[in-house]
Design a protein around this ligand. Structure first.
Ligand code: GAP
Length: 434
């Protein structure tokens, strides 16, 4: 198993992830994504959206606001139930999750054995809307994207006229004031979720649950995350307040087996409560049977940042003389790097520049980010690309000047083949769309 420090250091050194507000000493549980990080993260979201929204007839994508009427969070149960038990060490004043600490072993920070009583701590970030700060203007940064889907259920129904079963999906930020953030981007206070609320007739829940579990497996397969995945039936006492059944999809991270994704049967809990609190009827009329009822919900949920981390962990390989990120090409931040064999031969540089421009200009055809490098020697350039997961490197050498062929080097095998410049775009498009 690889060590976490290696991943964190690679991520920082190569521009994937930086500590948030770093020049001011950082901010606990907050991270920023750099140039390569944002590319990888966008690829995750883009591929997820393609698989679960664009390629399906039964899922409607939306994008709702982070700030919502505070009543949403009362109706959803988050004001009352979205709490973690918290205890403080009286000696060093450090704060811990009571359920993650063994008091018999003393304070993990100073060793003292003098804790306060455990008390509930609500994880929602508070804020105020408008210039007056009082109870009437108080609201929260959303702790899950799910509620945006529930409160727009009727809008989607009235505007798109879907028939059950159908789903609403969105990708967006969520915020949780975690008591103990940590393990790099695993548990953070500002993160992104990709969620689907799939509305069904109540008697379809078991079948739909199994179906969505298999869809999560399909997505993991697509990510190339094949090893270290486990499914755990979550016992009743650990389930969220709204769930009748939850399965956690866990992954063997370097710091242990932890939750990557989840799937929950939320029953009609959310729509029923929003109907009650808002006074708006959120039921659905089945045209065939002429019955009116509140649909039930199966919710597969995916963390973007945890996907990112699992992808780094599962693709990181330390070989004898190189580090390789064997990311599936679709997810790699850069798809193709272009090098002139020697940077001090103008004819080579000029030719390489023309290949580089040709590839850049055909972005809309290939959808492939292209990178230029003429620093150091060719071996170093290859290794530099291997480490960030670039699947193909193209080198322009002296033979190119004679016959318009280049070498394409494969990241995983390090094997090279020669192809005609005019064939490169089709070659890459074909590989990317396989
Ligand atoms: N709408 C259901 C829901 O929010 P959850 O299990 O609390 O369920 C869903 O969160 C997913 O969001 C998790 O499986 C995880 O991938 C991600 N997630 C939750 N809390 C997180 C945190 N503090 N940092 C990073 N990702 C988090």
């Amino acid at each position: 198993m690889i060590e976490m420090e290696k991943i964190v250091s690679l991520a920082k050194r190569r521009g994937f992830i930086f500590p948030g507000s770093e020049i001011y000493g950082g901010l606990g549980g907050i991270w920023d994504y750099g140039p390569l990080g944002v590319a990888l993260k966008q690829n995750i979201k883009k591929e997820w959206w393609k698989m679960f929204v664009e390629s399906r007839e039964d899922i409607y994508g939306i994008d709702t606001a982070i700030l919502m009427n505070a009543k949403v969070w009362e109706a959803s149960g988050h004001v009352k139930n979205f709490v973690d038990p918290m205890i403080d060490c009286r000696k060093c004043k450090m704060r811990f999750r009571a359920d993650k600490l063994d008091p018999a072993r003393g304070c993990p920070n100073c060793g003292a054995n003098d804790f306060t009583k455990s008390r509930p701590f609500n994880m929602m970030f508070k804020t105020y809307v408008g210039p007056v700060e009082d109870a009437a203007t108080l609201t929260y940064l959303r702790p899950e994207t799910a509620q945006g889907m529930f409160v727009n259920f009727k809008n989607v129904l009235d505007s798109m006229h879907p028939k059950l079963p159908f789903g609403i999906a969105q990708i967006g930020k969520a915020f949780r004031n975690e008591v103990t953030p940590g393990n790099f981007i695993f548990r953070i206070r500002e993160f992104e979720q990709m969620e689907i609320e799939y509305f069904i007739k109540p008697d379809q829940w078991q079948e739909s649950f199994e179906y969505w579990l298999s869809e999560i497996r399909r997505w993991l397969d697509y990510l190339g995350i094949k090893k270290g995945v486990h499914e755990r039936e979550v016992p009743r006492e650990e389930r969220a307040h709204y769930s009748m059944r939850t399965v956690d999809i866990e992954f063997d991270f370097p710091f242990g087996r932890e939750e990557l994704y989840g799937i929950a049967y939320r029953t009609d809990f959310d729509l029923k409560n929003h109907s009650k609190f808002s006074g708006v009827d959120l039921s659905y009329t089945d045209e065939e049977s002429k019955t009116k009822f509140i649909p039930h919900v199966i919710e597969p949920t995916f963390g973007v940042d945890r996907t990112f981390l699992a992808l780094l962990v599962s693709s990181y390989r330390q070989e004898k003389d190189r580090i390789v990120l064997s990311l599936p090409a679709k997810f790699s931040p850069i798809k193709v790097a272009v090098f002139p064999l020697l940077a001090n031969k103008p004819a080579l540089v000029e030719k390489a520049r023309s290949v580089y421009s040709m590839l850049r200009n055909s972005y809309s055809k290939m959808s492939a980010a292209v990178f230029w490098d003429d620093r150091g020697n060719i071996g170093k350039r290859y290794y530099s690309q291997d480490e960030i997961g670039t699947p193909w490197c193209i080198t322009i050498d002296f033979q190119t000047l004679d016959d318009d062929t280049v070498t394409i080097r494969d990241r995983d095998t390090t094997g090279q083949q020669r192809i005609k410049i005019e064939k490169i775009i089709d070659w890459i498009s074909e590989k990317l769309n396989r």
